[in-house]
Design a protein around this ligand. Sequence first.
Ligand code: GMT
Length: 378
Amino acid sequence: MNIGIVCYPTFGGSGVVATELGKALALKGHHVHFITYSQPVRLDFFNENLFYHEVYIPPYPLFQFPPYELALASKMVDIVQNEKLDVLHVHYAIPHASAAYMAKQILLTRGIRIPVVTTLHGTDITLVGKDASYEPVVTFSINQSDGVTAVSADLRKETYEYFAIEKDIEVIPNFINLDRFQKQKKEHFRAAIAPEGEKLLIHTSNFRGVKRVEDVVRIFAGVRKEIPAKLLLVGDGPDRPRIEKLCRETGYCNDIRFLGKLEAVEEVLSISDLFLMPSEKESFGLAALEAMACEVPVISTNAGGIPELNVHGVTGMLSEIGDVADMVKNSLYVLQDENLPRFKDAARARAEEFAVEKILPRYEECYQRAIATQMATM
Ligand code: GMT
């Protein structure tokens, strides 16, 4: 198949999923065309089946807000027509689904039919999308898609609750490349960071409000009061200054390290004992899946789709949003030497259920169905 993938090129979960999907499809022999405003960060190799098309917005003094959606739709028209795409797969509804609708209508006037598959990732539905500023366009463009997928059953439920959706939404969960995300031998690295054999806790995110990174620091402080431990914070974002201040206030500043945006996150996950995900919203929790693949159990909230991944008492433990005391108690339980090995093994075993090889065929089937649905309307 000739597949167009539209996504955000950043470290965010939707961009990572879209890029890993495109890479896996290309390795299977499909031709994959990425259409984004810059090279996706996870597009770290090329083969003969991978193509990248940059969306360019010519600057003009009148544009206080550059019209990205129009430039994107125009680029989609160009690539679908000239590269003879069979299907367009857009990740994150805003503004990709509506841009795809516009491209589809323009192409129709040229006698070209292109099926569009929209994948809903999370905040495009649960936070941004349901805001009245976007809701009518999001509802319309989801309903105009030929195939719609959501990354968890919870996200599908929320989409039906918040929007008047007439389409069937298929749940296709996030997936993981187990060759890359596996425990690596990095003992020298661990010895440098935790020389006294301290337990290592880790959190990775974009440091936004929904991630509740303050709770990460409070959980760590509670654990640190009881046992020797260190905290690794991976990522960056708007909440970082507040988090740094809180770290100083806990008195454990010297046990907390900010590592910034790391590409080889699997290397630090490999030396960690416990992953903290106290999110307020999380449609799936790709970061937790990456940790589990590296044999790191997860202390999380029960928000959104997290319980569809993290199994309470098996791969980690779940608490109510904001219940820091419970998350401290759970962390100390999982970290006990008699408990940790079985949690680590179970985390890896659970991650294996989401191997890319298992999930990829479901996207291929989804494309085939979208193409067939389009044909049936001709
Ligand atoms: O909020 C983020 O972490 C970024 C966001 C995105 O769309 O880029 O992530 C969402 O999509 C991921 C991939 O499907 C999911 O694993 C995350 O759970 C989801 N984040 C939220 O729902 C907050």
